[in-house]
Design a protein around this ligand. Structure first.
Ligand code: GLN
Length: 485
């Protein structure tokens, strides 16, 4: 059975279709793996195979997706105990296509973070090195897929939360165009940026899942879907395609990461593509703009957690106001409070223009930079993360150092465009991610290019932790670190 671990989700679906494998049996295999996880990937694992376990392998779902009757708390103590009365459209679409929910994955609280250390339920460990972070905020989804604890997963990306953990864990992560996938039932962080997307073992699985997720949804007025159905990628060459490289000379980019990325640029040329440098003059201030806009939107979105309607309520209050205040003081973690304060300040009447207004102008400039770049090139390519996975605790005391992890990933959501991260090699034994971004709704072309490159790179790294927990071994107990609810 453990040979299943070497199969992609698409391969497993093929076995189901051929009748070589039963849906219930496949679900049980993955459920055992998820149950035995000792990296902290899961906050909840399904009890049993659903009666309608279907034609696709089960999927691990980031905690912030509402699933009817299942704990869904965006890894926040303030939503502890909340079981939504409805299911997010993305999850419903996956189920309808035949992929049942395997479990809910750990994440940074309300998707605010780059290391998964902001979870209200404990950190996630990177399967490549347990002393390192898996990235964030979709750290549980990324570590589960990379570590053989899930066949595939969904996450969300606001400023990099799919691509950066995919990069740090050595898997594929795709952030679709804003509006390509419904956001109905996603617990909101920053509504003008949030997108749902796949975290998978390879590019084919990402395309397979995107085809299921995408679509217009009457429940989400910001959703449009993609113009065409998503085909599985087949490209083997990159002839005639122009790639614009950005950010390779940035201060703060680890030279070893830069070297692996430059080798990948060489592979693009071997496949017939051309590489030139691209300037995105306003992308540098992207981090500053993002860390005004995202907290501003978060401060509004998080106003609803008042101890009345959802989840946690303090026991310590005298009147309505102290109930609100103490519920929020006890329920939110430090990073969430920091963002609510930044966002509330940036939106206050005296400072609105100076901060939020200016950040919106930078956002427009970044979109214009990409539009200008895409007149010269088909894709903009960058390292996904300036460094490989860092050590647990390394950046928790310095929020600015943590925020800089998102340097290469925030410009794309600010511009609303799609981007994928694929593993492109190792640096000091840890995976390096390569990011390919394209114009809005160019997912099919991005996936084709990523597929050709993936084949040429032939990334075969396997995390040291991949074989654990082994169904045959005794290391089956979840261990004290597993933050299961
Ligand atoms: N790391 C970024 C943040 O902390 C991005 C998070 C995300 O994409 N959800 O906001």
């Amino acid at each position: 059975m453990s040979e299943l671990l070497s199969l992609t989700a698409a391969d497993q679906a093929e076995r189901l279709r051929a009748g070589e494998l039963g849906a219930g049996e496949l679900f049980e295999f993955w459920r055992d793996r998820a149950q035995a996880d000792d990296l902290g990937c899961y906050l909840w694992v399904a009890d049993e195979a659903p009666a309608d376990a279907g034609s696709l392998p089960p999927v691990a779902v980031k905690d912030l997706f509402c699933v009817e009757g299942v704990p869904s708390a965006a890894a926040s103590r303030i939503l502890e105990g909340y079981r939504p009365p409805y299911t997010a459209t993305s999850v419903a679409n996956l189920r309808r296509a035949g992929a049942p929910v395997l479990g809910k994955t750990n994440q940074d609280e309300f998707a605010m973070g780059s290391s998964n250390e902001n979870s209200g339920f404990g950190p996630v460990r990177n399967p490549w090195d347990r002393e390192r972070v898996p990235g964030g905020s979709s750290g549980g989804s990324a570590a589960a897929v990379a570590g053989g604890r899930a066949p595939w997963a969904i996450g969300t990306d606001t400023g990099g939360s799919i691509r950066q953990p995919a990069s740090l864990c050595g898997i594929v992560g795709l952030k679709p165009t804003y509006g390509a996938v419904s956001r109905y039932g996603m617990i909101a962080f920053a509504s003008s940026l949030d997108q749902c997307g796949p975290l998978t073992r390879d590019v084919t699985d990402a395309a397979l899942m995107l085809g299921i997720l995408q679509g217009r949804d009457p429940c989400d007025s910001t959703s449009l879907g993609l113009p065409d159905p998503v085909e599985l990628p087949t490209a083997e060459r990159l002839d005639g395609l122009r790639f614009g490289a950005w950010g390779l000379d940035e201060e703060g980019l680890d030279p070893d990461v830069a070297a692996v990325v430059r080798t990948t640029l060489g592979r693009i040329e071997e496949l017939g593509g051309s590489v030139q440098e691209t300037q995105l003059p306003s992308a540098g201030p992207g981090i500053a703009a993002y860390y005004v806009i995202a907290p501003a939107e978060a401060s509004a979105n998080l106003a609803r957690y008042d101890g009345v309607r959802y989840g946690y309520r303090t026991e310590n209050f005298d009147d309505l106001l102290s109930m609100y205040e103490n519920t929020r003081a006890e329920g939110f973690g430090a990073e969430v409070k920091r963002r609510i304060m930044i966002g509330t300040y940036a939106l206050s009447s005296g400072y609105y223009e100076a901060y939020y207004g200016t950040a919106q102008k930078v956002r427009t400039k970044i979109a214009q930079d990409f539009a200008a770049a895409f007149e010269q090139v088909d894709f903009v390519v960058t390292p996904t993360s300036p460094t490989v996975a860092f050590e647990l605790g390394e950046r928790t005391a310095d929020p600015l150092a943590m925020y800089l992890s998102d340097y290469f990933t925030v410009p794309m959501p600010l511009a609303g465009i799609p981007a994928v991260s694929i593993p492109c090699g190792l640096s000091a034994g840890l995976p390096v991610g390569f990011q390919i971004a394209g114009p809005a709704f160019s997912e099919a072309r991005i996936l084709d290019a990523a597929y050709a490159l993936e084949r040429a790179i032939g990334f075969e790294g396997v995390p040291v932790d991949y074989v654990r927990p082994d169904a045959e071994s005794s290391s089956h107990d979840a261990g004290p670190e597993a933050p299961r609810r």
